[in-house]
Design a protein around this ligand. Structure first.
Ligand SMILES: [Zn+2]
Length: 513
C-alpha cells in the first residue's frame, strides 16, 4: 500500500511568474480558496518575498482569509537567503511559512557573487532568524537537477549544512526542466543518502514536456512525500508540472494517492484559464475540451461494444464522452453526435448517409463543425426548416457606440417566420445584443444557454477583412452538460451573434419538431 502524497500548488507564485499571465487580487483569492477548501490541495505557495508593494498587500489579504479558515500553516511564500529581509517581509503580512531558495548548483551560487562557504553561512543565519521570529522553513534546492550532475561536491556541502531540526522539508527542483524520468530515481536516492528527510518534495519544470512524467518518477521512488504543481501547467517558459495531470497520474499510475477532489479539477482549470485569459489547449489532458471527444467512428463503435476502455473516463471529471462532427465520424459517430448534441435518435440509414455526405463536404473544405451546424444540416436533410427557430441576416443588426462608452444595437430577427425587433444597450455590440435577446426571450419562453467561455480567432491571412470565427462554450442549463458553437463573419460582432443564435437554436430545436 502506498502513501498519501502532499500536493503543493504554486500557481499563484511560480505559475504567475510567466510574465504574460496576471490575476487581480479577487481572482487570486478565488483560486486560493478553491484550491484549499474545494479541490483540497495540501499547501499553496502564493507569492515571492520582496516583490513590489502590491504583492505584500495581496499576502495580507490571503493571510487574513487563511487565519479565518484555520489554514495559515498551509500558505507559503518564497524567500531569499538574505538574513532578515525576506523573513521580515513575510512576517509583516502574518504569514508563517518561508520556502527558502538555496542554490543547489555551484554555478547558480557563483552567479549571485557568493562562495559556497558564504552562501552556507548566510543560509544558516537566515534560517536562525526565521526560527527566532516564528517562521517555519522549507528549503528549496534551486537547480538541484543541475547540481546533482555537475557540481556534486558543492551540493554535498550544502546538504551536509542544512540543520535538519530547524527545517520542515527539502524541495528538490528541476529549475530549468532538464531531467528525464529514468534519471530521477538515481538522483533522489543519491541526494537522500547524504541528507535523509521524511518530507521531500519534487518541483519539476516542463521544458522537455516531461514535468508530469518526472514528478511521477519521483513519487514512484517511495522517498518523495510531496509534489509541486500549477493549474494548467502555468509557469515560466514551458511551465510547471500540471496539477490536474500529476494528481490523476499519481492516482492511476502509481500505488500512491492524493487527497485532491478529481471532479473539481476541470472547474479549477477553467477558472484559472478564464482569470488569466489564456485558453486551455483543446487537447490538454483532463481539462481540454477535446479530451473526451471521439474523433473517429471506429472508436465510437468500439466504445459502444465495451472496447477502448481506460481509467480516464469522463464521468470521473464531471464531463461526458462526445463524438466529433467530421468526415471521419462515420455513421456510428454521427448517430452518437446527433443524440448527444441534439437529442435526435430517429434518422434512418439513408438519412444518416445524406447527413454524413454534407458533414464530410464541409469538413473537407476546412469548416470546424459544431452542434449548431449539425442542426442546420439535419433540418436540410429532413426538409424541416422549422427546426431552426431563430435566424438573422447580415445587415439586420446595427451596432454603434454611443456616448459614455456604451454600445447600442438595433436588431431585426426572424422567430418562427415572424419578424421581431428590439433595441438594447451594453458594454459592447455583442453584450448589447445579448441583453436585448435575453429580455425578449423571457416573454417568449425561449431558453438562452449560459455563456461559459468566449474565444475569437481571425485566421492568419494578414487581412483586416478576413473572416472571424467566434467559438463560444455554453451550458445547456438542463443538466445535459456543455456544448459549443462557432459563428463566422467578417464582422466580429456579427460572428458572435451568429454563434449565439446557433446556440439558441440548439437549445430550443425540439420545440420546433
Ligand atoms: Zn519553479
Amino acid at each position: 500500500m502506498g502513501k498519501v502524497i502532499e500536493v503543493m500548488d504554486t500557481t499563484l507564485r511560480d505559475g504567475l511568474q510567466a510574465g504574460s499571465l496576471a490575476m487581480t487580487v479577487q481572482e487570486k483569492l478565488a483560486i486560493a480558496s478553491f484550491l484549499l477548501t474545494g479541490v483540497g490541495v495540501d499547501r499553496i505557495e502564493v507569492a515571492s518575498a520582496r516583490t513590489p508593494k502590491g504583492e505584500n498587500d495581496w499576502l495580507k489579504i490571503i493571510t487574513l482569509w487563511a487565519k479565518e479558515h484555520d489554514k495559515l500553516d498551509r500558505i507559503e511564500v518564497l524567500g531569499l537567503v538574505d538574513i532578515k529581509q525576506s523573513a521580515d517581509w513575510i512576517a509583516e503580512s502574518g504569514c508563517k511559512v518561508m520556502n527558502l531558495l538555496v542554490k543547489g548548483a555551484e554555478d547558480y551560487c557563483l552567479s549571485i557573487g557568493k562562495t559556497c562557504d558564504r552562501h552556507i553561512e548566510e543560509m544558516l543565519e537566515t534560517i536562525d532568524y526565521c526560527k527566532n521570529i516564528g517562521l517555519m522553513v522549507n528549503i528549496y534546492l534551486e537547480g538541484w537537477s543541475e547540481g546533482v550532475q555537475t557540481s556534486w561536491d558543492y551540493l554535498k556541502r550544502i546538504l551536509h549544512s542544512i540543520p535538519q531540526h530547524k527545517v520542515e522539508r527539502v524541495m528538490l527542483c528541476d529549475t530549468m526542466g532538464i531531467l528525464y524520468p529514468a534519471q530521477i530515481g538515481g538522483f533522489v536516492k543519491k541526494t537522500l543518502k547524504i541528507l535523509y528527510y521524511s518530507k521531500v518534495d519534487v518541483h519539476m519544470h516542463d521544458d522537455y514536456g516531461l514535468a508530469t512524467a518526472n514528478t511521477l518518477a519521483g513519487v514512484s521512488t517511495g522517498l518523495v512525500s510531496g509534489v509541486h504543481v500549477t493549474v494548467n501547467s502555468m509557469g515560466e517558459r514551458a511551465g510547471n508540472a500540471s496539477l490536474e495531470q500529476v494528481v490523476v497520474g499519481i492516482n492511476d499510475l502509481t500505488n500512491h494517492a492524493t487527497k485532491v477532489s478529481e471532479p473539481l479539477l476541470k472547474k479549477l482549470c477553467q477558472m484559472a484559464s478564464s482569470f488569466c485569459g489564456r485558453p486551455i489547449p483543446a487537447n490538454a489532458p483532463i481539462a481540454g475540451s477535446n479530451i473526451f471527444v471521439d474523433g473517429c467512428g471506429v472508436h465510437v463503435h468500439g466504445r459502444k461494444k465495451g472496447a477502448y476502455a481506460t481509467r480516464l473516463i469522463a464521468d470521473r471529471f464531471g464531463s461526458t464522452h462526445t463524438s466529433a462532427i467530421s468526415s471521419l465520424s462515420g455513421k456510428s459517430g454521427l448517430r452518437s453526435a446527433l443524440e448527444q448534441e441534439l437529442g435526435i435518435t430517429t434518422l434512418n440509414n439513408s438519412e444518416i448517409q445524406s447527413l454524413l455526405d454534407k458533414v464530410s463536404e464541409l469538413h473537407l473544405n476546412g469548416h470546424r463543425l459544431t452542434a449548431g451546424h449539425l442542426l442546420s444540416l439535419v433540418s436540410e436533410v429532413l426538409n424541416q426548416p422549422e427546426r431552426i427557430v431563430l435566424s438573422v441576416k447580415n445587415g439586420d443588426v446595427i451596432s454603434r457606440s454611443v456616448l459614455g462608452g456604451k454600445a447600442n444595437v438595433q436588431a431585426k430577427l426572424l422567430y418562427r417566420n415572424e419578424e421581431i425587433q428590439f433595441e438594447s444597450y451594453g458594454d459592447g455590440g455583442f453584450d448589447a445584443f445579448m441583453n436585448g435577446l435575453k429580455t425578449w426571450a423571457v416573454t417568449s419562453h425561449i431558453c438562452i444557454p449560459e455563456l461559459l467561455d468566449f474565444s475569437i480567432r481571425i485566421p492568419s491571412e494578414g487581412k483586416t477583412d478576413a473572416l472571424t470565427e467566434v467559438d463560444i462554450r455554453w451550458s445547456r442549463l438542463d443538466g445535459r452538460g456543455e456544448f459549443h458553437t462557432i459563428g463566422t463573419s467578417s464582422d466580429q460582432v456579427m460572428a458572435s451573434i451568429h454563434s449565439a443564435i446557433m446556440a439558441v437554436n440548439v437549445c430550443n430545436q425540439n420545440v420546433a419538431s
